[in-house]
Design a protein around this ligand. Structure first.
Ligand code: TTP
Length: 192
């Protein structure tokens, strides 16, 4: 059975994979793997490309194993919301999503090495955010819990103002587990 390798620096992805019962090791992709902006790309196209780039970055350094790489963004009113650069940026994102529906997309790349064939799929979850008062918004920003999270919120942090309308929770938190299980099952030489 090939060894599972999580190509990620994300503590959320590590936690989700552990909770799902997988044994794995972690190899971090270089920061440069998460780069490139194309204004014509849709959110699913973007997360698929970035997941592939992260998978490739680790695949070229890995002789054996089954690499899993992922990228997550939120989208609201046509704006792609990645990880906020600072508190002001986080405020802007949350103000945009306040009182509106948004979507979270994760691209997942599964790459059995030493092969060159890889598989990329995208999951989407629809969410709605209650209108957030200025006081609640500032209180949340002060916690710094938004740092390093696409869309500037952590669904896993037990927020009572963001709700899933349709789709997977693990996809929101950064690793779509049902999609991962399906993709692994579709790879004939693996039996996870
Ligand atoms: C929407 C949302 C995202 N997130 C996180 C998951 C990801 O870590 C992050 C999205 O950023 P990504 O760029 O997908 O991932 P990353 O840079 O954190 O890690 P790596 O590229 O090394 O794998 O946002 C949450 O933790 N909770 C949420 O509710």
């Amino acid at each position: 059975m090939p060894k599972l390798i999580l190509a990620s620096t994300s503590p959320r992805r590590r936690d989700l994979l552990t909770q799902a019962g997988y044994a794995f090791e972690v190899i971090a992709p270089h920061d440069s793997a998460e780069c490139g902006i194309c204004s014509r790309e849709t959110p699913p196209e973007m997360v698929a490309r970035l997941a592939y780039q992260k998978g490739l970055d680790v695949a070229i350094r890995t002789q054996q194993g089954l690499i899993v790489a992922c990228d997550t963004v939120a989208e609201c009113c046509g704006h792609i919301l990645g990880k906020p650069k600072n508190r002001d940026h986080a405020r802007e994102m949350l103000q945009l999503m306040s009182g509106r529906e948004h979507r979270v997309y994760s691209g997942l790349c599964v790459w059995p090495r030493p092969g060159t064939e890889h598989h990329v799929q995208v999951d989407v979850t629809r969410l709605v955010m209650d209108p957030i008062s200025a006081a609640d918004l500032e209180a949340y920003l002060a916690t710094d819990a938004w740092e390093g999270k696409a869309g500037a919120f952590g669904y896993q942090d037990g927020l009572d103002w963001v709700h899933i309308v349709e789709g997977s929770e693990s996809n929101v938190v950064g690793l779509p587990l049902a999609l991962l299980a399906k993709m692994l099952a579709d790879i004939p030489e693996t039996s996870f």
